[in-house]
Ligand binder design. Sequence first.
Ligand SMILES: *Cc1c(COP(=O)(O)O)cnc(C)c1O
Length: 360
Amino acid sequence: MKQAMANNKICGDGPFTKKCNAWLENRFGCQKVLLTTSGTTALEMAALLCSLQPGDEVILPSFTFSSTATAFVLAGAKLVFVDIRPDTKNIDERLIEAAITDRTRVICAMHYAGVACEMDTIMDIARRHNLLVVEDAAQAIMSAYKDRSLGTIGDFGCFSFHETKNYSMGEGGALLIRDAKYNEQAEILREKGTDRSRFLRGQVDKYTWVSYGSSYLPSDLNAAYLWGQLEAADQIYSDRMNSWNRYYELLKPLEEAGKLELPFIPGECTQNAHMFYIMTASLEERTALIAHMGKKGIGLVFHYIPLHSAPAGLKYGRFAGEDKYTTSLSDRLVRLPMYYGLAESDIDRVATEIRAFYGV
Ligand SMILES: *Cc1c(COP(=O)(O)O)cnc(C)c1O
């Protein structure tokens, strides 16, 4: 960050932003990656690149963060929520086709906890119905599906570098573009609707306002912070994986005793230890567990009030089919402390207290 300041150039697309873009392109095998000001604005760019018309529909899970939905609402779309799978908590790919209408344009796949959606099935449905696929990979950087990096499989992928994610720049994100035909429009969108990127490459002799857009470039100061994290990407990854595996081993006896459920990672998925969650038997049990742990100074948090039941969800969307799992699972899920540098002794203490709660 000192170097960025010494460059006396901390606006967008400075040297650190370029280094981060190139690192992400090389590491994940993507022809174009652009840093953005957040995961939310990466999703907004993806939604705009889908060129939605008023009344067009986007299929997405209801068990997700508000950003997944609001990006498409801003682009003028109607939301169609589909139920999740009880094992991965990702959108249930077997229910997507029944939700498709003649207005459907996009499927948005959010990879919960960095574990991949069933991408072969989703991409096949999209191909057969001529739909675009946006991956909300905000939680899924460094994860893979059948050895393909998440964020690179759909037409567009979106990472988040928010402080709560595996790699941080405070606030920030990235848009991944699979097909180069979108590159120019993406650059225009990101540069206030101007062709400034072409100008900087010497392709035009002055730059001008050519389309709608916004300012989606993060400061190079933030990119410099991210660069430090990317340099340590593998170290951060293995630290988190060690924590995740330790939780899993220590809590496995509880699952075997039928007390709770642990996360499920399908064989074709490589995860990134973004999160460790457990499933309690009921909402009442979860409330009691959170209170028990709170008394011991251990903060557990749950996740996502289903979007379709939230005021904006009721206004902008509808649920297609039956809500068999979305609401019931969101009542039972609780997350354990998970961050880079989490001490083994702390993990042991969390597991010991959970076992004490269940009397195992
Ligand atoms: C964090 C997150 C976002 C938003 O990312 P920001 O960088 O905070 O804007 C979007 N979708 C999901 C699933 C997330 O977890």
